[in-house]
Design a protein around this ligand. Structure first.
Ligand code: ZN
Ligand code: ZN
Length: 317
């Protein structure tokens, strides 16, 4: 299974501003200056490779969209604004036929990219919509009401097939076995577990693990999450923000680490980054989460954690 992240921002698209670009450039140039002072003539690609990810890359501002490929099967989780670039990529590689889109819920940051998803404008394509929402088609129609969009959902040239999955139930797409799990989020959200080729991938965005009953919740969800090879999970907040925004439906980075340790997850990708956080803030939170993991992980646990960056790819084999 290959997993690619096309959008990792929560709530709203968040492009970098000019101050942030300037500060990133400054930090990268300072790093390069020191590297060349120590070793004049060092190859430029080698110097770039030696930089901190915060200097040499960007977290990215597109909202949630994750692509999973397993053999011939292609699954798309959510249609945040990251779906625009995924659509361009699919067109460039000549993707034809069935497209499987699985929705966690229909908050704007999970549906808006559909409006610019080029494969939907191809009459030969059939888009299969999977969700635990009986009225998903109505919701997508509402997004494209003429007051909000120049094209109605029903006028899009692709064929559309809706598959309603009762919450908690499983289904198959090709040889991918997929299980749904309701999460804790205002208006509801669904996690998906994909089992294929002996590996397990879990996508659990937009969920709130917090509060006095957190251990009960972790226990309650253990059956679904237990032993996942890769978990991409909501980690929008710092601990302070999670405290201030109780009931908003998101999780703090360190708590996502706690949950993953409890569930014996092997690799955790922290995603749905807060729009008010710039790259520096996100790397700082990630460093705190890494220190927390080092301090509290038990000897027998080997959890690896990553911060989600647009364009990152993971391979489960
Ligand atoms: Zn969201
Ligand atoms: Zn949401």
């Amino acid at each position: 299974m290959q997993i690619k992240l096309w959008g990792v921002r929560g709530s709203l698209p968040t492009p970098m501003d000019r101050e942030e670009v300037r500060s990133k450039l400054k930090s990268a140039i300072e790093h390069a200056r020191t590297a060349w002072q120590q070793e004049p003539g060092r190859d430029i690609s080698d110097v770039i490779d030696s930089m901190h990810p915060g200097q040499k890359s960007i977290i990215g501002g597109e909202t949630t969209c994750v692509e999973v490929r397993h053999g011939e099967v292609e699954l798309i989780f959510d249609m945040g604004t990251g779906a625009r670039r995924l659509g361009v990529d699919m067109m460039q590689r000549g993707h034809k036929g069935d497209i499987n889109v699985l929705f966690t819920h229909t908050h704007w940051d999970h549906i808006q990219g559909w409006l610019e998803f080029q494969p939907a404008y191809q009459p030969d394509n059939t888009v299969h919509f999977y969700s635990c929402l009986e009225d998903l088609e109505e919701r997508l129609n509402r997004q494209q009401h003429p007051e909000h969009s120049s094209m109605r959902f029903s006028d899009l040239p692709c064929k559309k097939v809706f598959h309603y999955i009762p919450p908690g139930e499983s289904f198959d797409v090709g040889d991918c076995h997929i299980t749904t799990q309701p999460l804790i989020h205002p208006g509801g959200s669904i996690a998906y577990k994909v089992e294929a080729g002996g590996k397990t991938f879990v996508f659990a965005t937009d969920t709130e693990f917090y509060g006095p009953e957190i251990h009960e919740r972790m226990k309650e969800y253990n059956r679904f999450f237990h032993g996942a090879d890769l978990l991409v999970m909501d980690a929008q907040y710092s601990l302070e923000e999670a405290e201030q925004r109780k009931g908003w439906g998101h999780t703090a980075m360190t708590i996502a680490v706690d949950c993953s340790l409890y569930w014996n997850v092997k690799e955790l990708v922290l995603t749905h980054h807060e729009p008010a956080h710039n790259d520096e803030n996100i790397w700082k939170l990630f460093d705190e989460a890494s220190e927390y993991l080092e301090e509290f992980a038990q000897q027998d646990k080997e959890l690896k954690i990553y911060t989600a960056k647009e364009g990152d790819q993971y391979e489960l084999e």
